[in-house]
Design a protein around this ligand. Structure first.
Ligand code: 5GP
Length: 125
């Protein structure tokens, strides 16, 4: 069920619980601004989620309320994960769903990193 990204941040969402250490994750990377972990239902040979440490519902919320330091730290973390995993040469895809039409299911900003083989067309209908 897609979330409503205009609602206030809900601390019970699954990624908030992972950040608090209440739920396990397969961690890939962590720094002061971001946590990266493998998606539980991978949709590509490599499927990593990168989330900011702050309480942001979506890309929209993050871009509006986060500090310049948080935004720079998060963007750099996404790129670092991809670089550290050796994905740059063959390429990768980033995706951030926002709200109902995108199918966003978790109400904490997350950027998907897909890689590990040809990823097909950008959208399938
Ligand atoms: P969205 O559709 O919101 O952009 O993507 C949510 C993603 O979170 C999905 O790809 C889903 O598989 C992943 N996900 C949902 N719950 C968990 C979880 O508990 N652990 C991990 N690692 N991934 C999750």
């Amino acid at each position: 069920m897609p979330i409503d990204p205009t609602l206030p941040y809900d601390d019970t969402n699954i990624f908030a619980r992972i950040l608090r250490g209440e739920m396990p994750c397969s961690k890939v990377y962590e720094d002061e601004h971001a946590l990266a972990f493998n998606d539980i239902f991978p949709q590509a040979p490599t499927h990593v989620l990168v989330i900011p440490k702050g309480r942001y519902v979506s890309w929209d919320d993050f871009s509006e309320r986060a500090s310049a330091e948080e935004i720079a730290g998060f963007v750099r973390a996404v790129a670092k994960v991809a670089r550290d995993k050796g994905l740059v040469a063959d390429g990768y895809r980033l995706l951030a769903n926002v709200g109902q039409h995108s199918g966003q299911e978790v109400a904490h900003l997350h950027v998907h990193i897909f890689a590990g083989g040809p990823l097909g067309p950008m959208l399938s209908r």
